[in-house]
Design a protein around this ligand. Structure first.
Ligand code: SF4
Length: 592
């Protein structure tokens, strides 16, 4: 089928072998690629209730029909598995350049199961998978690992160096439940612990290498579409804002509405905001906008700290979510200090959102004398020590490495822990942005801000943030469009540039499928049904869709706002209905 190779590489890490599986046009027409294809594969190949860190859990790297084409925002891949952090569906996406080479291997997905006894790194190309011993890489941080594998490829594959590398750090090796997979130093498939699954298979790194090119339905249309978009979008306000300020601009935007989570979700604004916002970042670091391949938005901030104890530290970041988790929840005062902790998380290979939430939770536990541990808000070096302990599972770091649910149980603080399904939320307080409450509850991977990016319509006043009635139907439409972004594997920061019509053009020009909005929504709905079925098979109950009680009971001091349990019941009920699911959130034709 146009836009695909119709081939998946199935790698067995136990036997150090591989086989090529053919994927039918019928499956690709029904679910497209990326999230759609990977969820289909997980349902088919993962045994129900599989141990996420056991050999039978599959780890899937997937791209979609837009990847490898000139379409802007298409240098992106997705990783899919069962999450060790939540016990449910896991998906995580990353930009940079790695997706370009994953596409050029000639496979729509690379699916790994089994587990070795000794560390390896994989070289994946159209010839299949080669297993290389990785004793000398085991224990290295993500940056060192990337450098070493790149150097090997350069030296040993002089005729075809076209490659990029994804790696795990020490946290992935130690199967920390929120370990990431990283590429291009600073780009991460950050959420749900996909790095721990890679570590459980004893795979330290994967180099994707190749020159394959897939056929698309209308290459000329793809080229013209991309050319025209670049010309038309140059002066777009959103594009300019991301280019000039990057995601850190959200610090001021969220603070203004009292929804910048601070002091472990006790407040909606930080007193030290001016030391951690986009202006501070651009003053205290020398910054240039940095882009993934095939992107003119360039939301990344490639910066170097100008002065002080971290002078010379080079980083792409910190992104808004990292600033909120470390600067807001942990009250770290100073963007350079956040950059320092961000760098540490990147090297260790841990997710900054979960790490910041867990550090702040530990601070609360220490303050309430639930644990005997010396740490407090804003204490950067102690927080750094705690992050290392998490990655190496030392002392209380071992409890935290198992995730927020385990730590809350162990410390008798389940009523205070903020998470949905075991995943901590991003930096949008649902007491203010009530649609984000639905987003956190309804998301297949736990409290996720990205499945619908519904903060956008609420902040842009396309819908009143306090409105409950009628919100779920609008939410479902946003979620459907973003689900198709994940099946095509496109960067969601192009969401304003790719409304339904443009998305339809991209799908048509890459795959040949001529779909109107209803037909596109049907594909998205089929994918949503499948991820739900996956979660139900793993034991999901309707209660798992609800928010932590603190969001219902504790008002934010700045605004006095809560989101009531009744609000959530209504939002979820309407959402199930909009999806065509029954009152317990079960899609039709789901096996009992
Ligand atoms: S907008 Fe940002 S994340 Fe998206 S493709 Fe561009 S640089 Fe990458």
């Amino acid at each position: 089928m146009f836009g695909f190779y119709n081939q998946v590489l199935k790698v067995d890490a136990s036997r150090r072998s591989f086989e090529v599986k053919t994927i039918s046009d019928e499956v690709l027409r029904a679910f497209l690629g990326g999230k759609g294809l990977a969820t289909h594969l997980l349902l088919r190949y993962n045994p129900p209730r599989v141990d996420p860190l056991g050999p039978d859990n599959h780890l899937i790297f997937a791209t979609g029909p837009a990847n490898g084409t000139p379409i802007w925002g298409s240098s992106r891949y997705g990783v899919f598995t069962k999450s060790p952090q939540t016990g449910f569906y896991a998906e995580s996406y990353s930009g940079g350049t790695a997706a370009e080479y994953l596409v050029r291997t000639g496979f729509d997905a690379v699916m790994i199961h089994g587990a070795g006894t000794e560390p390896v790194w994989l070289e994946v190309s159209y010839e299949g998978a080669v297993f290389h011993e990785a004793d000398d890489l085991w224990g290295l941080d993500t940056f060192e690992t990337e450098d070493r594998v790149r150097a090997w490829i350069s030296e040993n594959r002089p005729d075809n160096k076209n490659s990029d590398v994804v790696t795990i750090g020490p946290a992935g090796e130690n199967m920390v439940s929120f370990a990431v997979i990283e590429n291009d130093y600073w780009r991460s498939a950050g959420r749900t612990g996909v790095g721990a699954v890679m570590g459980s298979k004893k795979i330290k790194a994967i180099a994707f290498r190749g020159n394959k090119k897939k056929e698309t339905a209308a290459p000329g249309l793809l080229r013209d579409f991309a050319k025209e978009l670049a010309q038309n979008a140059k002066d777009d306000k959103g594009v300019q804002a991301y280019k000039n300020l990057g995601t850190p601009m959200m610090v001021d935007i969220m603070s203004k509405v009292g929804s910048f989570p601070t002091r472990y979700w006790k407040k909606g604004e930080a007193a030290h905001r001016e030391n951690i916002n986009a202006a501070a970042l651009h003053q205290r670091l020398s910054v240039t906008p940095h882009a993934c391949l095939k992107c003119f938005i360039a939301c990344g901030r490639l910066g170097t700290v100008k002065q002080g104890r971290h002078q010379g530290l080079k980083i792409e970041g910190p992104e808004y979510e990292t600033i909120y988790a470390l600067g807001g929840l942990c009250e770290v005062d100073g963007i350079e200090e956040i950059a320092f902790l961000n760098d540490l998380c990147d090297r260790l290979g841990i997710d900054t959102i979960s790490a910041g939430n867990l550090a702040a939770f530990t601070i609360e536990a220490a303050r309430q004398q639930k644990i005997d541990y010396d740490i407090d808000y804003g204490q950067v070096d102690r927080i750094a020590g705690l992050l290392k302990d998490m990655a190496y599972r030392k002392g209380i770091g071992d409890v935290l490495a198992r995730g927020i649910k385990a730590a809350a149980r162990e410390w008798g603080m389940e009523d205070q822990a903020i998470h949905v399904k075991g995943l901590e939320p991003a930096g949008y307080d649902p007491r203010v942005l009530k649609g984000m409450g639905l987003a956190y509850g309804a998301s297949d991977r736990g409290a996720c801000h990205l499945r619908a990016t519904f903060y956008k319509p609420e902040l842009a006043k396309m819908i009143d943030p306090d409105q409950i009635e009628g919100k779920a139907a609008m939410f479902a439409e946003w979620e459907d469009r973003i689900t198709l972004f994940d099946a095509m594997v496109l960067c969601r920061f192009f969401r304003d540039l790719y409304p339904w019509e443009q998305l339809g053009t991209i799908i048509k020009a890459s795959t040949g499928l001529d779909l109107n909005r209803d037909a596109m929504r049907s594909i998205a709905a089929a994918i949503a049904d499948n991820t739900r079925r996956f979660n139900l098979r793993e034991g999901l109950e309707p209660e798992d869709d609800y928010l932590p009680k603190r969001f219902h009971l504790e008002a934010l001091p700045e605004t006095g706002k809560v989101i009531t349990e009744e609000d959530m019941r209504r939002l979820l009920g309407d959402y199930y209905q909009a999806r065509g699911w029954n009152e317990r959130g079960i899609p039709p034709n789901t096996a009992a």
